[in-house]
Write a protein that binds this ligand. Structure first.
Ligand SMILES: N[C@@H](CCC(=O)N[C@@H](CS)C(=O)NCC(=O)O)C(=O)O
Length: 220
């Protein structure tokens, strides 16, 4: 594959939605180019091609794909072993959990922004409640289901990585009460496609962002 034919992923270093696509690209061993932009100062060329002004975008030939879940399905359908079940009912269920994972990113982001303790605790309580059905649903072997890495694993890994970073650096971990999710996190974070899905200084950048925002979490 020449570099001109390689997909180009338009990215932002801290974005969990971008990370999902990187994980899938790495898992499928697809050659790709990554191009970082500054979301505070979006380039004109990006605004011209991004319908929602959001990353990730995947440029493939003369087309532009947006929405991480859609990008991942495209990558899955065009490369290697399928990462979604064949059975339509099971596939729909996996897609539903991928949708669910996006709501966790939002809650996790809100946690890093909450200023007052009361606001923080309310968001944390809601997030913890949300994790209960996930704990019931997931398997006990370190993956969402069974023994192989699926698009659902790819979709949740960025949330799990960020929760581990906050646990390590601040000692707060809404996931810790859920034994299966903890095991799942441990396994996913040990996989090369997940480890290599972020820039080398990701942990520092993520923590810097939290401290710069100066919210409740930064004071712990
Ligand atoms: N639903 C989208 C969400 C993408 C998203 O929210 N990206 C954020 C960065 S993490 C973004 O580009 N924000 C820029 C903005 O909203 O102006 C997806 O799954 O791709």
């Amino acid at each position: 594959m020449t570099s001109l034919e390689q997909p180009i992923l338009i990215s932002f270093k801290l974005c969990p939605f971008v990370q999902r696509a990187v994980i899938t690209l790495l898992h499928k061993k697809i050659d790709f180019t990554i191009e970082y932009i500054n979301l505070q100062k979006k380039p004109d060329w990006f605004l011209e091609i991004s319908p929602l002004g959001k990353v990730p975008l995947l440029r493939v030939k003369d087309r532009v794909l947006f929405e991480s879940a859609v990008i991942n399905e495209y990558l899955d359908e065009t490369h290697g072993e399928p990462m979604l079940p064949k059975d339509p009912l099971e596939k729909a269920e996996h897609r539903a959990w991928i949708e669910f994972s996006s709501s966790l990113f939002n809650a996790q982001h809100q946690l890093t922004q909450a200023r007052r303790e009361e606001t923080y605790l309310k968001i944390e309580e809601d997030l913890t409640k949300k994790l209960a059905p996930l704990e019931r649903k997931i398997g006990n072997e370190g993956f969402f289901e069974g023994k192989s890495f699926s698009l659902v694993d790819s979709a949740f890994a960025p949330f799990l990585m960020r929760s581990q970073i906050v646990a390590d650096n601040i000692g707060i971990d809404p996931v810790s009460d859920y034994k299966k999710i903890v095991k799942w996190r441990e396994n996913l974070l040990s996989l090369p496609e997940v480890k290599k899905s972020v820039v080398k200084d990701f942990e520092d950048l993520y923590m810097e962002g939290i401290f710069e925002r100066g919210g409740y979490l930064a004071d712990q």
